[in-house]
Design a binder for this molecule. Structure first.
Ligand SMILES: [Zn+2]
Length: 186
């Protein structure tokens, strides 16, 4: 047996993530999603991690809702996340928001804030309408709420962490996902 080969499962230590030590959920495709209340395992030898994430679909939908409603501008990877949730190829999505495919690929890979305020709002609107997300649809039916939402967007320039808290299988919401200011969690 090669000296570096080992069984990660046999060397795994189990943890439950807490608010003080949330689980960094890189599997989301977003760099800033952290989860509280999930079971995860870390291999004591190679530090490889695995997590058991319950009600995954609800979590992913809630993350998208949080992105659509947060007041700070969307980042490139967040735009990509919303597009992928819609199941749209880049070319199709770029046409929906009125940019060329070339310009669009630059948007998704941008590490700075890639969208004008107007186009940022359009991306969120497109997601709200096309996603079929019931909570967003309901919100879009209330004209006053929509106005408040549109006026609040880009009200904050601060980047944030997306913090998901598992509320338990018995909770109707399952997950609470919020945009938490940086520094709010350890
Ligand atoms: Zn290992």
């Amino acid at each position: 047996m090669h000296i570096h080969e080992h069984d990660c499962d046999a060397s795994a230590v189990e943890y439950v993530s807490t608010a003080e030590q949330p689980y960094h959920y890189v599997g989301s495709g977003l760099g800033n999603v952290f989860l509280v209340g999930v079971k995860y395992w870390v291999c004591s030898r190679c530090k490889k991690q695995a997590a058991d994430i319950p009600s995954l679909n609800q979590l992913l939908a809630s993350i998208a809702r949080t992105l659509v409603t947060k007041t700070s501008p969307l980042t490139g990877e967040q735009v990509r996340y919303l597009r992928k949730r819609l199941g749209k190829p880049s070319k199709e999505f770029s046409a929906l928001i009125g940019v060329t495919p070339e310009r669009y690929s630059g948007i998704e890979s941008s590490t700075t804030l890639p969208l004008s305020e107007g186009r940022d709002k359009l991306v969120r609107f497109v997601y709200g309408i096309l996603s079929g997300d019931k909570k967003l649809k309901e919100a879009l039916d209330h004209t006053h709420e929509v106005e408040q939402w549109l006026l609040a967007l880009h009200g904050s320039r601060d980047s944030e962490r997306i913090l998901g808290t598992w509320l338990g299988a018995k909770s109707r919401r399952r997950w609470r996902v919020e945009a938490a200011p940086l520094g709010a969690v350890a």
